[in-house]
Design a protein around this ligand. Structure first.
Ligand code: IPE
Ligand code: IPE
Ligand code: MG
Length: 240
């Protein structure tokens, strides 16, 4: 089983369009799919789920869709916080949070604080998240520390760099799932996905259910992760 699953929840708009509904209905249905996925991952002992909810590029959408999404995030967080707390979910929001509406920022702080000691699944919600933005911010923080004389630039290694990312403290995802058939990363976890196995499914995000998640896990289990080395089975054969 993967310890950490990352998911690009794509296809809400297309799901709605196919039903002759406004895009907003697709986003609403998408929330239900995320709740189901979180519960299944938690039940199956997966340590972390990182979900892409809103990218730094999604501000380019029509204003009414952006504000619908922000209000939806607020409502869902308000409604679900108690059960997240009860189910021991440890929730974090990754991204440039200062650009979000202030009410949402307040709810995010509250949810983060109230679940910080929870011992269950790590649930990371990427909100106003962009992989490039994350890398630039990390570079800025390291440069500031170096300029102050607190950090020797020659000592910057992968661990020191990763500690400045939004995902600090979280192991890299083992499996990336992207729904709705798009074969791209869309600025998601550019650093962290270095060796993730990628599963792309044509299922639209609101239709992503237990059987879709199982298919992703079965696909993952068929992979041979070499990390640049050799297939362990073939390596044995070489030595024997
Ligand atoms: C993903 O669904 C949700 C967000 C990006 C917020 P989309 O809204 O991108 O759905 P499609 O790709 O238009 O179908
Ligand atoms: C990626 O989906 C972002 C989220 C799922 C939040 P998009 O729908 O924004 O990606 P593109 O535009 O198709 O690459
Ligand atoms: Mg999309």
């Amino acid at each position: 089983m993967p310890a950490h699953i990352a998911v690009i929840m794509d296809g809400n708009g297309r799901w709605a369009k196919r039903r002759g509904l406004p895009r907003a209905m697709g986003h609403r249905a998408g929330v239900e799919a995320l709740k189901t996925t979180l519960r299944l991952c938690s039940d199956w002992g997966i340590s972390a789920l990182t979900a892409y909810a809103f990218s730094t590029e999604n501000w380019a959408r029509p204003g009414d869709e952006v504000s619908f999404l922000m209000t939806l995030f607020e409502r869902v967080l308000q409604r679900e916080l108690e059960s997240l707390e009860r189910e021991q979910v440890h929730i974090r929001f990754l991204g440039d949070l200062e650009a979000l509406p202030i009410r949402l920022q307040d709810l995010i702080s509250e949810a983060t604080e109230r679940t910080i000691d929870n011992t269950g699944i790590h649930f990371n919600v990427c909100t106003n998240y962009g992989g490039r933005r994350e890398l630039v911010l990390a570079a800025q923080k390291l440069a500031e520390r170096a300029a102050k004389g607190d950090l020797d630039p020659a000592l910057i290694d992968e661990n020191i760099f990763a500690a400045e990312l939004f995902t600090a403290g979280e192991a890299d995802p083992d499996l990336l799932i992207r729904t709705s058939g798009e074969r791209r990363i869309s600025n998601f976890l550019l650093w962290q996905l270095a060796y993730a196995e990628i599963h792309v499914t044509d299922v639209l995000w609101p239709d992503f259910d237990e059987s879709a998640l199982k298919s992703a896990l079965v696909d993952y289990q068929s992979r041979c992760r070499r990390f640049g080395g050799l297939d362990p089975v073939n390596e044995d054969q070489l030595h024997n």
